[in-house]
Design a protein. Structure first.
Length: 546
């Protein structure tokens, strides 16, 4: 890092630090209060190999000088400082900007000036809105009490700013800007429009500016991208990977590269289906619930990655997906093999990006009394039905958390997870494990903004009847096909297909539903399991259908 000083028109010396690739696009980083240029220490290493990075200390911070007059801390002065820096480091050419807090507000002020679009190629703004936009939001919301929800939001935002700002900024900065923001900026509507491409990083847990404030920004910025992340005000230190990746995707795209899927999803005003610009991974997609789930998400606009142990079945699913206009990369993987699942996840994330939605669906059926079930068969059911879910969550949830922008996981359990059946011990145990595992993991992942849904289908007509193994006493081993035939007829009469489970999965992801029974009997038994567990246990004793 090299340091030099730039002098502004009012005599303030701004400390400017330069690092990174001298031949890369110029990226200017502007910090807020009470930070210095060091707030970007976690972000810079993720960008310095490709970009020429300029970061500077605001007036009154770090190595820059601190003027005494209150009038020296208006946003106009912060905009002057930014102008002086970019004129020095990039004369005659535009720069890209990543800015946080008051540093971002100062850049917004600069963007209201004539010719700013010739000097700034893009702004990625983090928790630092234009004070003109804040003014307009407060005035517009409070002037319309006949829209009570919006009115209360505006009142709440004003109260939050009034209470928080005196504690969060120096008195001089507060006096220089707050009164003008509330009372003065409303007379300058021309200053609302910005011609520069802008990307908003919205920290949904920010105590100062609530997420709904940013809903109006699209009216003032024609080229706008928005990414909501579950983070507080200090995302430059808590989520540096999100900020670095967001800036890189926008800069690369504006410099001529195709837009990344994440950037397309962030584009405000882009027409898309409910799951457009999203990637969904579905295991056990060769048939049944997995196949129908992949098709359902594809019809709603998602890109789909499918996997199964049966490659010919996957090929048929891929053909069906192609018929609805979706290209679906397929992977053969045994979900019971932790190493294979990790390799699968690494390939998917490297070749297609981290999936936004992960559906752990692969599973097998089994019936038979515990005392008749060989140990290796019991373990096999657990390894696939429970172990497969654990493996999938371990590999993909880790990457979702590291990505930092949320996502959703669907674990397919069963009505059997809360319904004891004496001749389905292995199966019920494996699905009950999925149920509790999912409850625990849901609580853990919430802080990362990752949702998790446990699906409990019920009696569904799939090919699970054909693949189910039966553990019968040796004297009855020849009866397996008879039992399978009875089950086949029962499922046929039921006429409740996997497409209804797929529909439930899609709806549950949209609403972030925690537990989702599907069939009527699944709902009834879910209620009984919680209201009358002794009755469920009593029913299990007489449930011999083999």
């Amino acid at each position: 890092m090299t340091r030099r000083f730039v002098e502004t028109s009012d005599g303030v010396r701004i400390a400017v630090h330069e690092e990174g690739s001298a031949n890369g696009p110029t990226l200017v980083l502007a910090h807020g209060h009470p930070d210095t240029h060091r707030v970007w220490d976690s972000v810079v290493p993720l960008l310095e190999a490709r970009y020429r990075i300029i970061r500077y200390d605001n007036r009154g911070a770090g190595d820059s000088t601190a003027p005494k007059a209150t009038s020296a801390y208006t946003m106009q002065r912060f905009a002057d400082d930014f102008a002086a820096v970019i004129d020095d480091v990039s004369p005659g050419s535009a720069v890209h900007v990543l800015a946080h807090d008051w540093g971002s507000t100062g850049v917004w002020e600069f963007l209201t000036r004539p010719g700013s679009a010739d000097r700034v190629a893009s702004l990625t703004s983090v928790s630092g809105p234009s004070h003109h936009h804040v003014n307009r939001y407060i005035v517009d919301t409070l002037s319309r009490p006949y829209r009570p929800r919006r009115f209360l939001r505006g009142l709440g935002q004003l109260a939050t700013l009034a209470a928080a700002l005196p504690r969060s900024v120096p008195v001089k900065m507060y006096r220089a800007n707050f009164v003008g923001t509330v009372a003065g900026a409303r007379t300058a509507p021309r200053e609302l429009s910005v011609e520069v491409p802008v990307q908003l990083i919205v920290n949904t847990l920010d105590p100062y500016i609530r997420p709904h404030f940013y809903d109006d920004v699209a009216g003032w910025v024609p080229q706008l991208w928005r990414r909501d992340i579950k983070a507080g005000h200090g995302s430059p230190t808590s989520h540096p990977q999100v900020l670095a990746r967001s800036v890189a995707q926008l800069v690369d795209h504006l410099e001529g590269a195709p837009a990344a899927r994440e950037l397309l999803r962030a584009q405000v005003g882009r027409l898309r289906k409910p799951f457009g610009d999203m990637l969904v991974s579905v295991t056990g997609a060769g048939s049944g619930i997995g196949r129908e789930t992949a098709l359902a998400f594809a019809r709603d606009g998602a890109d789909v990655v499918i996997s199964d142990v049966d490659q010919p079945a996957l090929d048929e699913t891929a053909r069906l997906l192609a018929a609805v206009g979706a290209q679906a990369p397929s992977y053969t993987v045994d979900v019971a093999d932790a190493a294979a699942v990790e390799n699968f996840a690494e390939r998917v994330c490297t070749e297609h990006g981290v999936p936004d939605i992960v559906v752990n669906n692969a599973g097998v059926g089994h019936a038979g009394f515990f005392l008749d079930t060989p140990a290796e068969e019991f373990d096999r059911v657990l390894d696939i039905n429970f172990g497969g879910v654990v493996n999938g969550c371990r590999s993909f949830a880790t990457r979702l958390a590291e990505r930092g922008t949320g996502g959703h996981i669907v674990n397919v359990a069963s009505m059997a997870s809360y319904t004891p059946v004496n001749v389905m011990n292995a199966y019920c145990t494996s699905k009950a494990a999925v149920y509790m595992f999912s409850d625990c993991l849901r609580a853990e992942l919430d802080s990362a903004g990752i949702g998790l849904t446990t699906i409990c289908p019920g009696v569904i007509g799939t090919n699970i009847v054909e693949t189910t193994r039966f553990s019968l006493p040796e004297a009855r081993s020849h009866d397996a096909e008879k039992v399978r035939g009875r089950a086949r007829r029962g499922f046929g009469v039921r006429r409740y297909g996997p497409e209804k489970v797929a529909k439930a999965i899609v709806a549950a992801v949209k609403s972030n539903k925690a537990i989702r029974p599907v069939t009527p009997e699944a709902y009834v038994l879910y209620g009984l399991a919680h209201a009358a567990p002794p009755a469920m246990r009593s029913g299990a004793r007489g449930g011999n259908v083999l």
